[in-house]
Write a protein that binds this ligand. Structure first.
Ligand code: NDP
Length: 430
């Protein structure tokens, strides 16, 4: 078992599916129901019908494990749900290089969410903010007296802030921020309920009119960070020295720091990893996406969420900082059995640990993309893996897909039209 508990599982990608499932079972101590959830969608039709509106069925995506993660000295297999080929392979490869240099160091903030109350029609706009802040204790108490699991676990309302927007198109506007520790939950419902509960009190205190009461997805009090380094020699290839590759990666990173057009694509690569873990664990990946992109533009220009530099010894150093409003309770995390299995596989004991692993996955994914872009280009590797999807899209059977993909690669013609011809030829032959 100790041996299995190392996430550097040799040639995991080469193993048959059943063997990979057996490794997952041992790793996460999965039971029969868990295995069943991995094999079907993890969600019954009846559950799906209760989850959203107007349901007509279920829709599946693959769940995979990214290997090699070593974060704060602990081994992880990262569960990822994604439809795009090459993401998981790239992530595992990147995690291996970081692992060999000691792995990732990660940290995170407490689960502090920001809720917003929009106040208009204030009789005394200039003094309203100070008036509200002077009653802060009363307002916070009004939230925390509502009780519930979050308060019982030491969370709840922590602070109030007031932001002033005079002379807007909608008139003078005051925005009250409620800082709220949501503990193990992502917390959108929890904080929205708290905001709705205290809005009448805020109206009474200020004499104004409350319009919106809603969380902010720019959860910048809830940041997760990961960093790591890779020795230059580990980056050497047939065509370039390690030092050249480090320099090319730093150049690529600077490009994404200064140019929003590049930053958008750079950050999309990061979100390939982050979203995949969020989806696997039943988290609201749109909320995380919104937060990440808003944070990337926090100084007025949209920029990269990561930073890559060469250290004094010439090695590559990478770091990411990103808001990660994640949950291990609430939302779909407890309803979707696939999400429960993903959490078991991760073995995280807290929501902060989930955020830290997710940040490390984002950093690994980003490294893999910019290393490929700054060396061979991504298409060579990507298209080889894409070939299997083309084989399926061309009507090839699951049994034939690998062979058809290999033929496309051997012929150096990874195209749907050619895949269709091969499928036809194989049908004629059989
Ligand atoms: P839930 O309301 O499903 O779960 C949170 C609740 O779980 C808490 O309020 C608490 O309720 C209970 N709970 C039990 N144990 C714990 C614990 N250890 N720590 C914290 N809470 C605990 O979900 P969230 O509030 O997390 O909201 C997430 C959902 O909101 C997602 O589905 C998201 O898609 C959705 N959403 C997102 C929005 C956005 O991002 N803009 C907007 C609106 C909704 P209690 O105290 O009553 O026991």
């Amino acid at each position: 078992m100790d041996e299995v508990k190392r996430s550097s599982i040799g040639r995991f990608y080469k193993k048959p599916l059943a063997e990979r499932q057996a490794i997952a079972q041992a790793w996460g101590q999965l039971n029969g129901d868990d295995l069943q959830a991995l094999s079907d969608s993890g969600l019954s039709l009846a559950q799906a019908d209760l989850m959203i509106e107007n349901v007509i069925g279920r829709y599946s995506l693959p769940i995979a494990l990214s290997t090699n993660f070593l974060i704060n000295g602990r081994d992880y297999l990262a569960p990822m749900v994604i439809e795009e080929p090459s993401v998981v392979a790239a992530c595992s490869y990147a995690a291996k290089l970081f692992r060999e240099a000691g792995g990732f160091t990660a940290s995170s903030d407490e689960s502090i969410m920001i809720g917003q109350i929009q106040l208009l029609d204030l009789p005394a706009f200039e003094s309203a903010g100070a008036l509200i802040l002077s009653r802060k204790e009363q307002i916070l108490r009004a939230v925390n007296e509502r009780g519930g699991s979050i308060a019982a676990r030491g969370g709840g309302a922590l602070d109030l802030e007031v932001r002033s927007f005079p002379g807007t198109l909608a008139g003078d506007m005051l925005v009250v921020h409620l800082l709220y520790d949501t503990r193990d939950a992502m917390g959108a419902n929890a904080i929205n309920s708290a905001l709705e509960a205290i809005a009448p009190l805020i109206e009474r205190i200020s004499g104004g009119r409350v319009n919106l009461r809603i969380l902010s997805n720019l959860s910048d009090r809830r940041l997760a960070r990961a960093s790591g380094s890779i020795p230059a020699q580990a980056l050497a290839s047939d065509r370039a020295t390690g030092e050249q590759v480090v320099d090319a990666i730093v150049e690529a990173a600077v490009f994404a720091e200064i140019d929003p057009y590049r930053a958008a694509t750079h950050n999309k690569g990061i979100m390939n990893g982050i979203d995949a873990v969020m989806l696997a664990t039943g988290n609201d990946w749109r909320a995380v996406e919104a937060g990440a992109h808003a944070y990337a533009a926090r100084d007025g220009q949209y920029r990269s969420l990561t930073r890559w530099r060469k250290d004094d010894a010439g090695n590559l150093q990478g770091a990411i900082e990103v808001p990660l409003a994640t949950g291990i309770v609430g939302g779909a995390t407890r309803v979707h059995q696939g999400a429960q299995v993903a959490l078991k596989l991760l073995g995280v004991e807290s929501v902060r640990e989930l955020a830290e692993v997710t940040a490390a996955v984002g950093l690994a994914q980003n490294f893999a993309a910019i290393r490929a872009l700054a060396t061979d280009g991504i298409q060579a590797g990507h298209m080889r893996l894409h070939a299997r999807q083309l084989a399926l899209a061309a009507g090839g059977s699951e049994a034939d897909a690998q062979l058809i993909a290999q033929q496309l690669i051997d012929e150096d013609c990874i195209r749907l039209e050619r895949a269709k011809e091969i499928v036809k030829e194989r049908k004629r032959e059989s």
